[in-house]
Write a protein that binds this ligand. Structure first.
Ligand SMILES: [Fe+2]
Length: 145
């Protein structure tokens, strides 16, 4: 699997979790459990992506600004996750904050898949894209061990 499919798979999992969290009839305990999974997924994704894909791209002058921007978005996402962690998952504040996180993540995903991927496909050879995917998978395993 190349790096683009691998990252898309991660994004898809996160989007699915947001969908499950959106269900109105969801029980508080279930919401808390889903949020913990979402936080874990996003944290691992962020770390693995930064240490492999972003690290490879940030060496390319065409990508420096984009990667800088994406890193800032990762920080915003991390901050929202921390804030959410301190809120009661049944509170209105939690729901509002979760919506903000969802928008932030959706924007990040659109930017990455719509802007960064097309440029990266031109700059990285298929062999490099495979190597980075391999590195990201190893990084994911290390982080979730
Ligand atoms: Fe991402």
């Amino acid at each position: 699997m190349d790096i683009y499919s691998l990252i898309k798979q991660d994004h898809q999992r996160v989007i699915e979790l947001f969908g499950l969290l959106d269900a109105l009839e969801i029980a508080a305990a279930e919401r808390t459990r889903l949020f913990k999974t979402l936080k874990q997924e996003l944290t691992v994704h962020k770390e693995a992506e930064e240490n492999t894909f972003y690290a490879a791209l940030s060496d390319l002058p065409e990508m420096t600004d984009r990667i800088e921007e994406s890193l800032e978005e990762h920080v915003d996402i991390e901050e929202l996750l921390e804030e959410l962690d301190d809120l009661d998952s049944e509170s209105d504040a939690f729901i509002a904050q979760l919506r903000e996180l969802k928008e932030e993540v959706e924007h990040h995903v659109d930017e990455e898949e719509g802007v960064i991927f097309p440029i990266a496909r031109e700059l990285l050879t298929p062999a490099e894209a495979d190597r980075i995917a391999q590195a990201m998978q190893e990084e994911r395993s290390r982080l979730t061990a």
